[in-house]
Design a protein around this ligand. Structure first.
Ligand code: GLN
Length: 191
């Protein structure tokens, strides 16, 4: 069996947490900070952090266009929180000039739950993962406000807002499975 070589975009955010979950799941993990490192991975994780900062750093490190092109070419990508924002084709609440890699046919609202004090945790039913529910931590999290025809919602809050979506090789989560010991999304991504 060949081991998947999975990159974690390591410009800013909770890089180490993702690397740990992926390593525990049996992946060969590489931190990605340059185009040559991107070229060597079979999949990429976009971590939580600050999407506008990751966007700026990706451009400064000459990674923006290569990542965009790799996603368009079908590279499997898991994005959590800021990573979901970076995967979204359309965003609301962006700072001036903020761009996304895109690929996910969704509209995302940044900071949909207000400031840091309005971060929260909840148990989330995710039918494709089955039982038990996912203990989801939301930290200055986005929500998906429109799901295009190409994307499929995987989980919604009790008020109906979509917080997990999948589209072909792309998986976007508004919360942080990497920080709660939840490994099933990473396993689904590695599959
Ligand atoms: N609010 C952040 C952003 O807009 C995302 C927060 C997070 O990743 N925990 O990028």
């Amino acid at each position: 069996m060949t081991v998947a070589r999975v990159g974690v975009l390591a410009l800013q955010g909770d890089v180490r947490e993702h690397a740990r979950v992926l390593t525990d799941a049996g992946a060969d993990v590489a931190l990605v900070r340059r185009p040559a490192e991107l070229a060597q991975v079979d999949g990429l994780v976009l971590p939580g952090g600050e999407s506008s900062v990751i966007d700026k750093l990706a451009r400064a490190f000459d990674l923006f266009e290569p990542i965009r092109a790799a996603i368009a070419d079908g590279l499997p990508v898991l994005g959590t929180c800021a990573g979901l924002i970076l995967l979204a084709d359309r965003i609301d609440g962006a700072i001036a000039g903020q761009r996304t890699f895109g690929g996910l046919d969704v509209r995302v609202q940044r900071n949909a739950f207000g400031s840091q004090t309005q971060s929260f945790e909840t148990d989330l039913a995710v039918p494709v993962l089955g039982d038990p529910p996912v203990h989801a931590v939301f930290i200055r999290a986005p929500v998906v406000t429109e799901t295009g025809l190409d994307a499929t919602p995987l989980a919604t809050l009790p008020d109906g807002r979509v917080v997990a979506v999948e589209q072909d090789n792309l998986l976007g989560l508004a919360f942080h499975p990497e920080s709660t010991g939840e490994t099933r999304f990473h396993a689904r991504f590695l599959d």
